[in-house]
Design a protein around this ligand. Structure first.
Ligand code: TRP
Ligand code: ZN
Length: 900
């Protein structure tokens, strides 16, 4: 058969891709009990001989042909119970292999299907299936990559035991890995296959094929061990490209911490004798939880203080934990279908956050989580690609690995945890594991376990899974001095999203506190259960009018609108006992002020600066009893995208230049007012330069925040200090922060600093990615030109997702430069997406998401962005991935593509 591609690119009009609907789910017609793969790796192709032990599924409707998924392969042979099938006995389409119905045994009788096919890993630039990454070969099968390795029922509810034999040249591929336990290995004696060797692996746990993994390469191995709570010894191994072995200590420590934490917090123990992590340079996402053989993007596992920032190090710990926790939430219990993706991702992000909070400062971590959610998920949820945590339809599932599935999904777990308490949550988890271990489950199953274990009604809560959009809580208060009562009224609403014009009221846990004038907590933290569109609550014995502290610890993924007086917010910023609400009072002040400033700049007025707020920030800066990491969060000015989102939510058009002006003006005013204090703190915060503990990291965060305020207020001394810091600091956190300040300042010192930095780190790809990103993110007029230069830089490689994310992703996320009024930024991105789409559709579609908020901008930009989307839509042979994002972005609001 002819190979490759989803549809014939040379046909005049490719067929419109068909959406997959959640409502169409039906159980798999055939089951696979055992999967044996014999994989022969050769220089120019890989040959796979799959032997599948199968039977009709008694739980499915009877009859029907045997249909397997398959793509980008050359089918060589099909055998049924040992007999080679004639060409007329099966049919091959670009996406399927169909064996005639009459040949397939009925009545649940097992049969054996053998399939021999070949494919070409070195040509696989989509990085899905089996592909080449540098000198190694590796797999990525989630979500639908396994069908590029062999023909198979590629769906998560078909669970089979896997046995894999890999054979390859021993010199080129000394390391051959797959899931589970090693059961044999040997060398091929002689003849044509001399110099080859083989390794066999067996995974005793039945799994869906998306958790299959295979790696071949010349790799360094860093071993370690772990003893589980029941006393079993587990071999831990990290495999890296030669020379990177010294960068695995942080990941190994994080892995052992994760294993211990899951035992202590959940009673969940690791279940194989071996746990392996492989670092790869070409990877579409962060990492992948393949059973017993996690594959990681190198930037999520390699780290050492000289080359990784504190942020990078925390990220490695987080991702290692995330993938490890999937072993139970994802692998032992997997998803019935891809609409249930958040069942594993939302829950695993929640578990990862609990872990990170347990290892570090919970207050700091919670603020970081919420900031991330607001920037990414709130934006997604108010745009044309908004979708529920459990979507109803997709063209390609790759596009649904979103902030909504991950971050909002985690917030749903956070709400359940809050409502049920730690004990109730654990009861629910135990029941969930007991009921569904070894099988494929749904979001409904998960909520049912929580509800049954605790005898609580979660029917209304379940709407969170099906309803998209960020709810808004409008809160008003009334104090009655005579009766000493305080009344709160909460009105919930949710804006329309594509396909969902009208929303039903949600069950929302709304955590609040009331503070008196001395900062005393009058009612502690009370969780109000909101169920009706309007709810009223009255608090008694309140002796003076309190200040409400709302949405404590971000108890639900909603926006809150309450008319605090400025003095009240300043009070909360100084005194709230809930650290998240304390942070949020500062954010509300920042936001209000920035919106006023943007309006003033747009109207050509010179705005007044908020003296009291600036004084309050000074108090935070001067407070040496405050955790420096938390102080840095309180003092951090919201980013340009956050301001753009606020403007859009307020129904105002976004003018990127005015946003930048407003933000710069406020930052400068703060820096000028507290110049001496910023310098003093910058000087006396003296973190251990090599320390990567929370204390050193927090001190560095605040120190570099000081440098940022000073450097971006035109303080020449600060820029000189930044240049010195890039040259002299022994750690990457300081170097990267200072380089960022210099590049953003536009000062000529930046040129030398960039050159020196490049010369020093040119051998280290991950550091050079930072060098690309810092330049692409500069909110300056010459950034488009600079990015065009960098696209031609010998270290840039369009086929490498990390480089795409650094340079092109960095640029697309640059509000000021990407949205240049000339449209030059849009043109650049259209050109790049068109090129990337031919190599790697998943990455192209992600980049195309940068156009989705076009409706927030002024008419001139709207037109340019719309034209850019239409140009993309017209690209010949555009991938289904990009087609889906582009088409949904262009669709008029409120409409959702339905099946034609
Ligand atoms: N399941 C992975 C996670 O831990 C996500 C992932 C990794 C992925 N690689 C991918 C998803 C490629 C789609 C395509 O979150
Ligand atoms: Zn995950």
């Amino acid at each position: 058969m002819s190979k490759f591609s989803k549809f014939p690119y040379d046909a005049p009009t490719p067929p419109k891709p068909m959406p997959v609907l959640r409502a169409d789910y039906s159980p798999p017609p055939f089951l696979v009990t055992d999967t044996a793969l014999d994989v022969q790796i050769h220089d120019d192709h890989t040959r796979v001989h799959a032997t599948l032990r199968m039977k009709r599924n008694p739980a499915a409707s009877a009859g029907g042909a045997l249909t397997l998924n398959g793509e980008a392969q050359d089918l060589k042979e099909v055998r049924l119970d040992g007999r080679k099938l004639a060409a007329a006995e099966y049919e091959v389409t670009p996406e399927h292999l169909i064996v005639l119905k009459k040949l397939v045994p009925d009545g649940g009788k097992p049969f054996t299907l053998e399939i021999v096919s070949t494919h070409e890993p070195h040509k696989n630039t989509a990085l899905s299936g089996f592909y080449q990454s540098g000198d190694m070969l590796c797999t990525q099968c989630e979500a639908e990559g396994f069908r590029r390795i062999t023909y198979y029922p590629d769906r998560p509810d078909v669970l089979a035991r896997f046995r894999v034999r890999i054979e390859a040249d021993a010199a080129r591929y000394p390391v051959l890995l797959s899931n589970g336990n090693l059961i044999g290995k040997g060398r091929i004696a002689g003849g044509r296959l001399r110099g080859r060797h083989w390794v066999s692996w067996e995974d005793p746990f039945p799994k869906p094929c998306y958790l299959f993994a295979m790696v071949a390469g010349k790799l360094d191995r860093v071993p370690d061990k772990f003893v589980t709570q029941s006393g079993r010894k587990v071999l831990l191994e990290i495999y890296v490209e030669p020379g990177n072995g010294s960068q695995t200590a942080i990941a190994l420590r994080a892995l052992k911490n994760s294993m211990r934490w899951d035992e202590e917090a959940y009673g969940l123990e690791y279940d194989l004798d071996r746990f392996m992590i492989v670092a790869t340079r070409f990877f579409n996402m962060g990492a992948m939880e393949n059973k017993g053989l996690n594959i990681f993007n190198s930037d999520c596992v390699l780290a050492r203080p000289e080359t990784a920032t504190d942020g990078d190090i925390s990220f490695v710990e987080r991702v290692v934990g995330h993938e490890y926790f999937h072993n139970w939430t994802g692998n032992r219990i997997t998803c019935r279908d891809w609409f249930q993706l958040s069942l594993k991702e939302g829950l695993t992000v929640f578990r990862e956050r609990q872990f990170v909070e347990a290892m570090n400062s919970p207050a700091v971590e919670r603020v970081r989580e919420v900031r991330g959610l607001r920037i990414q998920q709130f934006a997604e949820d108010s745009g044309p690609n908004a979708h529920p945590v459990r979507p109803e339809s997709y063209l390609t599932i790759d596009n649904f690995y979103t902030s909504t599935i991950y971050q909002k999904g985690a917030e749903l777990c956070h709400m359940l945890h809050l409502m049920l308490g730690e004990t109730g949550w654990q009861r629910g988890m135990k029941l969930y594991v007991k009921r569904h271990d070894g099988s494929a489950a749904t979001c409904d199953d998960f909520v049912a376990a929580m509800s049954d274990a605790n005898r609580v009604d979660l029917d209304q809560f379940k709407l969170w899974y099906s309803q998209a959009g960020t709810p808004l809580l409008k809160v008003t208060s009334r104090y009655n001095k005579k009766k000493q009562t305080y009344a709160l009224q909460v009105r919930q609403s949710c804006p329309p999203t594509p396909g969902q014009p009208k929303k039903r009221p949600l069950h929302i846990p709304f955590a609040i506190g009331l503070l008196d004038k001395s900062g005393r907590d009058l009612i502690g933290t009370e969780i109000l259960q909101l169920r009706k569109p309007v709810e009223n609550f009255t608090f008694k014995n309140i002796e003076s009018e309190p200040i409400p502290s709302l949405l404590r610890n971000f108890s639900a993924p909603v926006r809150v609108d309450y008319a605090w007086r400025e003095s009240e917010l300043l009070f909360l910023l100084a005194h709230d006992t809930d650290s998240f609400s304390r942070f949020d009072a500062g954010q509300t002040l920042f936001n209000r002020i920035l919106l006023r400033l943007v309006a003033a700049f747009k109207a050509g007025r010179k705005p007044a600066m908020p003296e009291k707020f600036i004084a309050a920030l000074g108090a935070v800066l001067a407070d040496k009893t405050l955790d420096p990491a938390f102080a840095a969060l309180l003092l951090q000015i919201p980013g340009e995208h956050e301001i753009a989102l606020l403007l859009a939510a307020a129904g105002k058009t976004v003018d990127p230049a005015a946003v930048q002006k407003a933000r710069d003006a406020l930052r400068r005013a703060i820096a000028r007012e507290h110049r001496d204090l910023f310098w003093a703190r910058w000087r006396d915060l003296a973190p251990d330069p090599y320390g990567v503990d929370g204390k050193a990291m927090g001190a560095r965060a605040l120190k570099n925040l000081c440098l940022g305020y000073l450097g971006l207020s035109g303080d020449g001394k600060a820029l000189a200090a930044a240049a010195a810091q890039v040259r002299q600091s022994p750690n990457m956190t300081d170097q990267a922060a200072a380089l960022g300040v210099l590049v953003q300042s536009g000062d000529k010192l930046r040129i030398r600093a960039l050159m020196d930095f490049y010369a020093r780190w040119r051998e280290d790809e991950l550091v050079i990615n930072k060098w690309f990103a810092v330049q692409a993110s500069a909110g300056r007029g010459d950034t488009v030109r600079r990015v065009r230069e960098l696209l031609k830089h010998p270290d840039f490689d369009r086929a490498n997702p990390n480089k795409l994310r650094s340079l092109i992703g960095g640029f697309a996320g640059n509000l000021f430069a990407f949205h240049a009024a000339s449209g030059a930024g849009y043109r650049l991105l259209v050109e790049e997406i068109s090129k990337v789409d031919k190599l790697n559709p998943q990455m192209a579609a992600r980049l195309a998401g940068a156009f989705d908020r076009w409706r927030s901008f002024d008419p001139a930009r709207q037109k340019l962005m719309q034209a850019a989307l239409k140009e993309l839509q017209a690209v010949r042979g555009l991938s289904t991935n990009s087609y889906e994002i582009v088409t949904k972005s262009l669709a008029s609001p409120g409409r959702q593509a339905k099946r034609p």
